[in-house]
Design a protein around this ligand. Sequence first.
Ligand code: SF4
Length: 370
Amino acid sequence: MSQVLYDFTRQDASGASCTAHAWAKVPALLTPPEREAAKARARALLKQHDAVLVAHYYVDGDLQDLALETGGCVSDSLEMARFGREHPARTLVVAGVRFMGETAKILSPEKRVLMPDLDATCSLDLGCPADDFAAFCDAHPDRKVVVYANTSAAVKARADWMVTSSCALAIARHLHEQGQKILWAPDRHLGRYIQEETGADMLLWNGECIVHDEFKGLELELMRREHPEAMVLVHPESPRRVVELADVVGSTSQLIKAVVEGTASTYIVATDNGILHRMRQLAPGKTLLEAPTAGTSATCKSCAHCPWMAMNALQGVASCLETGDGEVFVPEPVRGQALGCIERMLDFVRANPAALATPQRGFVPNIGSA
Ligand code: SF4
């Protein structure tokens, strides 16, 4: 794991969430025998505690493998939420960042929800404090409040709708067709992308993901010239110039689908590089290149990997099950208030499955990148 010098200094109430703190807490790499031992220990503890592991595509590959080997899931945040609620296990171990654990707890209050490290958060969540957000909402009472999943339970408690990147476009389009004006938070890049795609009237909060915000349009253009055969896959949390260069814009699941079903031999991937583990497993013959985050005109702030996602490791799964540390609590009435916007999204997705079926732009299965 390479250390980065940049420090995103915004902190939550615990004061323990800046990126320097996160990088310092990334567990040490294990040797192959240590990895096998840690996996065996975590596997036994999951069984002993009637627990299931729910992992995001951006976490360590060993954790992703363990989740799949033990009947858990590896997915985007939408599927993590659905899977956790529907699985019969009494304990959910959520490998990801804090808002994912909170969402699991909001949906499944009767279950114990554990996380390998509760300090694993997200720059979008940190950048949207609940009090400031409430004031923003109060100032615009005529707008439907739509928040991205990457927010605290307290922010969700104020929202009409929660969305993930899988369904954000479809839900914004739905609201626009109903003549609704939208107040959007917190990711400004995703908000702008949705606004431009749908034509909806959207007022945007000024947040960003520190990983996607660092992808560089100029450098991506140069890379594309070097690999003219490549298809460019971009997550819509990226800046406009990067999105403009994309053959496919979509959520993590949609980008994986694009690699698996595409006929191009090479793919340039502009999202957290944790996703490459699953892409390589599902499309082993294909060449995957990380989109550039740095260049002569830039500083490398994120190196395409989220420090908070990197805090998740095999050791943490075992230790949260052994000690009970890392349990997620979402007190009432916030939990009940936040539930409404999540259920509205899940109901919409259930009623409109086609909204999730394909990437959001440019991809035609089996046609390739031409
Ligand atoms: S990758 Fe970005 S959006 Fe995802 S958890 Fe990290 S900072 Fe948040």
